[in-house]
Design a protein around this ligand. Structure first.
Ligand code: SF4
Length: 233
């Protein structure tokens, strides 16, 4: 592990377990669970490219969240990225800027990615819903369902080597589960009927409140890195 990554880990308050990290990042196999299937509803978005999809989202009124948004938050990053990071919904700052994971939680996510050797523009970051829920509440199931075809199409277009589901809302939506994050993290799932590895971790906002959980998050990132290198085996 180079000095820059060590510095990032140090800034996060996470001990650098370099032996395990290096071994996993070198491609050693990771534990893999049986697929947790989910059926994706067919939608007219299924044939869209990136530009058409983004334009569709920016004009979307499929659910009530459109009424309170300043901007839609489509997603950012490299459209050929190996890593797809999925959070729950835009907050106030994201709604203003039209970009996911900004502010303190976003900076922590950036530091976690930097510890793995990734800049923000080398991964792709999106949310389960593209419009800000009022009072920063969780998106409702019907809102997540309305927005699902957009995220599903983003996943199809991107075809990432690994998905990192950040926080409970993203994890439960992507895995079709009602289990808490604590039960879903620490292992490699599969996204729907695909072979894409999916790893669950704590939301950075939670890590800001519970810094002692950062070590868990680092283990999850290392697990995801191993799954990405292993190519879904
Ligand atoms: S949250 Fe999704 S489905 Fe709802 S209005 Fe926004 S883009 Fe459309």
């Amino acid at each position: 592990m180079d000095a820059r990554r060590l510095a990032c880990l140090d800034a996060m308050g996470i001990p650098a377990w370099s032996r395990r990290t290096d071994r996993i990042l070198a491609g050693a196999p990771c534990p893999v669970l049986a697929p947790a299937g989910s059926a994706d509803a067919p939608d007219e978005t299924g044939a869209m490219g990136w530009e058409a999809l983004e334009a569709r989202v920016s004009a979307c009124t499929r659910c009530a969240l459109h009424a309170g948004r300043t901007r839609t938050v489509f997603g950012v990053g490299h459209r050929n990225a190996d890593w797809l990071i999925i959070g729950e919904a835009p907050g106030a700052e994201e709604d203003r800027r039209g970009e996911p994971f900004v502010g303190r939680a976003g900076k922590l996510l950036d530091a976690m990615l930097a510890a793995l050797g990734y800049e923000r523009n080398q991964v792709y970051i999106a949310n389960v819903v593209k419009c800000r829920p009022p009072e920063n509440r969780d998106p409702r199931p019907e809102e997540a369902a309305s927005c699902a075809p957009y995220l599903d199409r983003q996943i199809e277009l991107l075809a990432p080597r690994v998905i990192l589901a950040v926080g409970r809302v993203a994890a439960q939506r992507l895995l079709g589960s009602d289990s808490p994050v604590g039960r879903l993290r620490g292992r490699v799932h599969r996204y729907g009927a695909t072979d894409i590895p999916l790893v669950v971790t704590w939301h950075p906002a939670y890590l800001l409140r519970r810094p002692e959980a950062k070590a868990d998050a680092w283990r999850d990132l290392v697990l995801a890195a191993g799954a990405a290198v292993a190519g879904g085996t």
